[in-house]
Design a binder for this molecule. Structure first.
Ligand code: ATP
Length: 366
């Protein structure tokens, strides 16, 4: 992709600590004005990537470009980039106003009141200017940290697990708030998180990282509905992955042998079309019926016995043990009449072929 003015590009970015490779030849383009999430488990290299963009870590090789300009050699404070950390890093002895004003004062800008007040309004902290950080809640402190970073008008705002210290409810509120602020200011946000729901709620593009590399990059719905590797399928929510082998093709469908049966998956939903594969179906796409006669036409199914159920409010999660010992998971919506299926019931778990996906078994960890 050609770099547009303002795009952030990472070019073959690599970071080694001794013999350990934390970030491995990573290349990607983050469009200007986008909300981009780097999602991955602890230790996969997210923070190291962010630190290289900020200039806090020197790449072993590769480049960071912003709007076509190589910024890899610039000192951190010379980069048009600001970072918000999980720890807020506010100055405890300064009040909220002075914390937000800090960057402007350091640059010798005189008339700052209007700018600081505009920033406090943006993060919904009007009237809090005289408070000290210790007199604020965690969510409010995080808003101050955000205002302090935004007032410098960076081209890119880096957010390193900024909501990690907040409780779940506040975290969800702040996710919506951050998204609103990003839309309002129109800056590029690069957000690092290990929370898949957080990444999917806020970002327009998510990069799933594993062992220093990008496993998949795309819009949240795209990577959730059609993951490219077993790792991504399992990292983003739950996935039923049935091990099988490709047995041929019929028209636009790939045929798969698994558990003594034949299943078909539309070729457009297949990442692999031969060899050992996983047939994947998300639990909410799997439905239960008492027997195969009750399965709607055009669907496919496996038989089994309900081995576990958990009521979770909006849905009930069932585990169905197949005759091959594998358990599949199905979420049944509780939106209609609540009719719980008892443990030990013989059922069929069925799905639409175009709701399934096919993955190569060798692609990433299952
Ligand atoms: P977390 O979510 O836990 O912060 P992360 O995905 O952000 O994880 P990084 O902090 O980027 O991961 O670390 C990636 C790997 O590099 C880890 O295995 C870490 O131990 C290692 N690492 C990071 N910094 C250093 C360092 N200064 N020296 C040696 N190894 C390091």
């Amino acid at each position: 992709m050609a770099a547009e003015n303002g795009d952030l590009r990472l070019v073959s970015l690599t970071k080694r600590f001794g013999i350990f490779t934390a970030v491995d030849d990573l290349s990607l383009t983050i469009p200007q004005g986008g909300f981009f999430a780097l999602l991955g488990a602890s230790g996969c290299g997210k923070t190291t990537t962010l630190r290289m963009v900020a200039g806090l870590e020197e790449p072993t090789s590769g480049k960071v470009q912003l709007g076509g300009r190589d910024i890899s050699r610039l000192r951190p404070y010379k980069r048009p980039v600001n970072t918000v950390f999980q720890s807020y890093a506010l100055f405890p002895h300064l009040d909220v106003f002075e914390n937000v004003a800090f960057g402007l004062r350091r640059r010798g800008i005189g008339d700052i009141r209007a700018q600081v007040e505009r920033m406090l309004a943006l993060v919904q902290l009007e009237g809090y200017g005289k408070r000290r950080p210790a007199q604020l809640s965690g969510g409010q402190q995080q808003r101050v940290a955000l205002a302090r970073a935004l007032i410098n008008h960076p081209q890119v705002l880096l957010l390193d697990e900024p909501l990690g210290a907040l409780d779940l409810k506040l975290r969800r509120q702040m996710q919506i708030e951050l998204k609103r602020i990003q839309t309002e200011v129109g800056l590029t946000f690069v957000h690092v998180t290990h929370d898949q729901e957080e990444a999917m709620t806020m970002a327009d593009t998510v990069a799933v990282m594993n062992a220093g590399r990008i496993e998949q990059l795309g819009a949240p719905a795209e990577i959730y509905e059609f993951p490219s590797t077993p790792f991504v399928a399992n990292f983003l929510g739950q996935s039923n992955l049935l091990a099988g082998q490709v047995a041929g093709r019929s028209g636009d469908d790939i045929l798969v042998s698994a558990y003594g049966s034949r299943f078909s998956v539309p070729a457009a939903r297949c990442r692999a079309v031969d060899g050992d594969v996983y047939l994947g179906v998300r639990p909410e796409k799997l439905h239960l019926a008492p027997d195969s006669d009750s399965v709607p036409a055009g669907h496919q199914w496996v038989t089994g016995v309900v081995s576990d159920s958990s009521y979770v409010g909006v849905s009930t999660q069932y585990l169905v043990r197949t005759p091959w010992g594998t358990e599949v998971s199905a979420f049944a919506s509780n939106a209609g009449v609540l009719a719980q299926v008892p443990l030990g019931a013989h059922v069929v778990a069925y799905w639409r072929p175009d709701h399934a996906f096919l993955l190569g078994r060798e692609a990433g960890a299952g």
